[in-house]
Design a binder for this molecule. Structure first.
Ligand code: GLU
Length: 465
């Protein structure tokens, strides 16, 4: 079987990470099986669909490297096709016009509720052999309803939830087209899944209730229902449904906050799927390992700390040259001119082991691209104890003649420490202060390599009193 999967987002409102997980799994399943992955934009809700949301989805997928074989296909461009299928169904007796007005439907519902029955359409306009239908009211445009099978049940083996059985008595005749002829949501999904030859529908479990209806329509159209895998929701870190209101971030926000797409992909992969106890893995490994059997059955919970930790892992293991390229835009935003100062790749190499995000690297880099500090006499007196000045003078002498590398600078410090019988912090703190007006810097020997010997000696000389 040639596997074909799809991601079918509705571009309404806010697109958070949990939404993109619904793209990642069908993508991985298609890639694992050398199948096809299709993006379908379900934009028939004209009032709620926005171009902005479409852009976020398409950009987010591209950023994560979820490549498409087909699409984006917009449902709004397929309206003629849906109308054509409605027409065929009417002709084949699989659907029928229903003239029951909103008012009548509401009355029916109230009655059923009063009788403690489940509200459902009563099949008044449903044609049956030998049944005489009321005369069609004049000037009223009907809805079109699907003739749902009567009796029996719909059964499917959900790849996540196991066997699900829904009695047909639970399902009334679904409206597939509105009075103005526009097709309804569940109907479009079926036509698309059939036309696109989708073999596996992997989607959020908020669609479980739609599935029996979709299967019935699909079968009526002569199609073979795909395999369904309904994914449990992703909850936020407080255990609530993810939404913008309770602090969910969009993919764009993560990009802006200095996350790497590899880290996000790895993180999303684990949000409802596992492979043994593997936590950090490449995209290739994920594709190689992905299967529907290992999907989790309970809701996944978003864990921002874990995501940050993963991002750190990816940053730490990144090639400094590539990382420098990725960090540059963040550095520019902080006003750093990377062309004017130490080699940026070297700066990034120095900072990457301690940074969780690209922003943190850029912030750390500021140190090396800011002008030499101007200390006044009082500041010097406060931060450079008079007793340490002889050691600083010696350090300057040793540095001048030492080689320009980390080991040599480290040895230079040790030599001065031994000579003056003092401990590292006693010397390193005043040195940091002299160089940068802060005592928070990475290891001092590495810092000297990046800053350069001449610059360091100049800055140190200015605080000798
Ligand atoms: N458009 C639906 C949604 O965004 C998904 C439909 C489907 O996957 O079948 O929730």
């Amino acid at each position: 079987m040639h596997i074909r999967t799809r991601f079918a987002p509705s571009p309404t409102g806010f697109i958070h990470l949990g939404n993109l997980r619904s793209a990642l799994y069908p993508w991985a399943f298609a890639r694992h099986n050398q199948g096809d992955f299709i993006l379908r934009i379900e934009d028939t809700d004209l009032e709620r669909s926005t171009q902005e949301a479409v852009d976020v989805i398409i950009e987010g997928m591209a950023w994560l490297g979820l490549d498409l074989d087909e699409g984006p296909i917009y449902q709004m461009q397929r309206i003629d096709r849906y109308r054509e299928v409605v027409k065929q169904m009417l002709e084949a007796g699989l659907a029928y016009p229903c003239y029951m007005s909103e008012d009548e439907l509401n009355k029916l519902r109230d009655q059923q509720m009063a009788n403690k029955e489940k509200p459902r359409y009563n099949g008044l306009w449903r044609p049956e052999p030998g049944k005489i239908l009321p005369p069609a009211p004049e000037g009223v445009l009907p809805v079109i309803r699907f003739k749902n099978p009567i009796g029996g049940s719909v059964i499917w083996n959900d790849a996540v939830k196991g066997k699900i059985e829904i009695s047909n008595d639970e399902l009334d005749d679904l409206v597939i087209a509105r009075p103005d002829g526009t097709p309804t949501y569940n109907f479009c999904v079926v036509v698309d899944d059939l036309d696109m030859k989708i073999t596996h529908v992997i989607r959020g479990d908020d669609h479980v209730n739609n599935t029996p209806r979709q299967i019935n329509i699909m079968k009526a159209l002569g199609g073979v229902p795909p395999v369904y895998a309904h994914l449990p929701t992703v909850l936020n870190d407080a255990g609530e449904k993810m939404s913008k209101r309770n602090g969910a971030m969009s993919v764009r926000d993560y990009q802006k906050a200095g996350y790497l797409p590899e880290a996000i992909l790895n993180y999303l992969a684990r949000l409802g799927w596992s492979h043994g106890d593997a936590e950090v893995f490449s995209k290739e490994q994920f594709v190689q390992w992905f299967d529907l059997d290992s999907l989790g059955r309970s809701p996944a919970q978003h864990n921002p700390e874990k995501l940050l930790w993963l991002n750190h892992q990816y940053i730490q293991n990144s090639d400094p040259m590539q990382l420098a390229e990725l960090t540059k835009p963040f550095a520019y935003q902080l006003g750093i001119d990377t062309e004017n100062g130490p080699d940026f790749v070297q700066v990034v190499s120095l900072l990457k082991d301690r940074a969780n995000t690209l922003i943190e690297i850029a912030e750390g880099a500021k140190l090396f691209y800011s002008p030499a500090p101007e200390h006044n006499a009082e500041q010097i007196a406060q931060n450079i104890p008079a007793a340490i000045v002889p050691a600083l003078k010696d350090l300057i002498h040793v540095l001048k003649v030492t080689d320009h590398n980390k080991e040599a600078y480290s040895a230079a410090f040790k030599q001065v420490l031994t000579q003056h019988q003092i401990k590292m912090p006693a010397l390193a703190m005043p040195v940091r202060y002299a160089l940068f007006a802060t005592t928070q810097t990475p290891a001092i020997d590495s810092v000297l390599v990046v800053l350069g010997k001449d610059e360091a000696v100049n800055r140190l000389s200015k605080v000798i009193h």
